[in-house]
Each structure stands twice: as C-alpha cells, then as structure tokens.
Write a protein that binds this ligand. Sequence first.
Ligand code: UD1
Length: 430
Amino acid sequence: MEQYVIRGGNPLVGEVEIGGAKNAALAILTAAVMTDEPVLIDNLPDVSDINVLLEAISVIGATVERIDRHTVRINGSTIGSISVDYEFIKKIRASYYLLGALLGKYKKAEVPLPGGCNIGSRPIDQHLKGFRALGAKVDILHGAILASAENLTGNHIFLDMVSVGATINIMMAAAMAKGNTIIENAAREPHVVDVANFLNSMGANIKGAGTDVIRIRGVEALHGTSYSIVPDMIEAGTYMFAAAATKGDVLIKNVIPKHLEAMTAKLEEIGCDVEEFDDAVRVSATKRLGRTHVKTLPYPGFPTDMQPQISVALALANGTSIVTESIFENRFKYADELTRMGACVKVEGNTAIIDGVRGFTGARVSAPDLRAGAALVIAGLAAEGITIVDDIVYIQRGYEDFEGKLKGLGAEIEKVSSEKEIQKYKLQIV
Ligand code: UD1
C-alpha cells in the first residue's frame, strides 16, 4: 500500500499543467466502441480509473492500442461479447457507460449493477428509465442489468433529477436509436458537452448539450474519428484551492476558465486573487482566507467533486463557514481526519459547520475516497510538520502524477510504500 509523506508549510508557487478530464474520458472511451472504425483519442489522463476501463473494453473484445501515455486507438469492430465482468464494475462504476454504448450499437448489453460506493448510495434508476423509454426491455437478474431491444426508438425523456451519468448513458443509446429523442432536465456539465461533441464527431446528431434540453436525432451507424479530451475542471480546481490553502501563487495551465467560474467566484469571495487568461488561471493568496458558505449543486453550481477541497481551505479561514452537500449523502468522511489535524468541523446530516483555525498540525490520516484524499493532501501541504496520507490508491484513480505536479510547485511530498521509507523520509528532513 502506498502513502504520501508530506512536510507542510511551503506555499505552492509556480506553474502546473492540467490533463484531460477523467470523467469525460471514461464516457468517451466507452462511446468509442460504438463504431466499427478506428477512433483515436488524445489528451487522456494517465490515471488508474482510465486504465481499468480500457481493460474492461479490451476484455469484451475491442482492440485497444496505447499509442503513448495520453493517446489510445480503439477499434470496436472486434467486439465479441456484450457482457461486462463484475470485476470491472466493482473497481470502477463508470463501466456502466458500456450499457448505453452496447445497447445503442448492438441493441443488447449485460452489465453488473454497481453497488453503493464510499460517497453514498448511488442508484441508477434514471439510466434504466431512459433505456426503457427508448423501448429496451431492462431486467435485473443475478446482480446484473440485462437490456435488450428489437429496435430502439427515440422518445421524450424527463429526468427526475439532474444526473450526469444518466444523461450520458441515455445520450449514447439514443444516438443510434430510430428517430428523435429529447432529454429534459439534462445535466449541463462540461463533460456531458464533451461526450456529445465526441459522438457528433463520429457522425451522431446531438444538439443542446450544455443546456438542460438535449435533442438527439438517431443515426444508423457511427464512423471513426480522432478527438482530444477537454481539460479536467476538477483537477484544475484542486490546484486552485491548494494554492489558496497554502497561501501560494500558482498559474494553472491548459484549462477552460469558463468551466472554473464557480470555483473562481468562491476564491474571490474568500479573499484570493484570480486572474483569467485564455487557457490558464492564476490563483494567489497573500493574507488569511475569509469565510463563506457553499452549497454543492449540478453545473454550473459549485461541484460536489470540489467540496472536500474548498472545505479544507475554509477550515483555515477567519470565521465560520457552512458547507452543504446536496448531491451525495456521505461525502464528509474526511471531516474526522481533518479534525485530527486540528481543524474544527462539525457535521450534521448533509451540512458541515466549519470554524476556521489559524493552522493545522501534521498527522497520520487516511484517504476515504478520491476527492477527499486530494483534500487531505492539501491539508498536509498547509500543515505544520509531517502528514502521512494512507490509502492513496483512491487519489491515483483520478490525479495523474499528483506528487510530481505538487513537487513542481515546491511541495515537499514523497510517495512511499513502507513504514521503513516513512522513517527514512522523516530522518532526512529533520
Ligand atoms: C458523476 C461524476 C462524479 C460527480 C457526479 C456529480 C463521473 C464518472 N462521475 O457521477 O465524479 O461527483 O457526477 O457531479 O462522471 N441519481 C439517482 N438516480 C440515477 C442517477 C443519479 O438517484 O439514476 C442521483 C445520485 O445518487 C446523486 C445525483 O443523482 O445524488 C447525481 O448523480 P449523478 O450526476 O448521476 O452522478 P454520477 O454520474 O454517478
């Protein structure tokens, strides 16, 4: 098991380059199997979630050719099975995008039902409701979802709640249905737009992605394409708040500043300077952060995937902040870990009341999930003394070379894999 050992206290200063969006890439890689022609995808993040998904795709028979660290060529013409193994769903929920992709292409798919996860129970009823509306028969048998249809037919679908996954899954199946589909109350996240752009580059006819009404005119076949994944707004946001929490000055490059506006607004509210360029933002903090309240919401609201990172910054702010998590039920698991570092956080239901403290002290903490793990690293960077973050396997699911990029900003952080290495690190820096 690997860990991060961090000696905190250095403000992060310098430049960091953001990679492609993990959440867009997961959907785009599955959509790539919907054509029998080769698809070249570039700006892929090299993170474990992507590598597991690529394995899932190759296990059903698609040809996956890694061109370099960030580029892959996929050919769906060799697919021999429409059944996805439980092993993959267990490791990565987003394998369920293969339901929409395979159902659209072959009118048949079998994917194990994902269970809950570390951030709460995560039903997929809206995905299934959408497939049924397109005329598919959907059953759950022996823990798996079996979806099949003679023909998929476009329909008018109203989502009961804004769901990124349901919007994308239904959009993929509807891209190859007969006739027109309208998805109302659709998610507007940049990665929904990226998946629609990708499908359109394969010959699909999707309009309105980025608004809450998406119109899809089904096509018979999709063709090959080459496509570059949109920059990752959550990776970018994580470095923005890392700069704030460490009172640093960081230029975050290869981003779309428009996608970061909810984060930018909060940073300005708490007293940071944020400068926007064409494809970069610069965040600097020179004084103690101020307090604010935050409620997570679907895009363009403040993202739930940034809730732990902003909470760490607010835990160092002057005054009391209230953070309300409105998307997932169990996303404050890191609060107890942060308390061990000296933060003052009280969680009641879906709300955290944070009384800012002047500083954290390093401690041994454990990453409960991907984003909370990244937030604890930020806390370690801001803390006085040594912090050890266990279970960084969660962080590696979604951040490419996290320690390398942080080191490039002046952080003292090492990835280690034994107690002996931790001791060695501690001795070196005394
Ligand atoms: C995606 C992101 C995740 C992010 C989340 C919210 C990926 C791979 N993951 O997750 O990082 O935190 O969006 O921005 O892109 N819901 C239902 N029924 C459904 C579907 C969703 O009740 O059929 C609920 C969920 O439990 C949750 C809310 O709707 O409370 C939003 O979930 P959703 O947008 O679907 O999240 P994911 O697509 O799973």
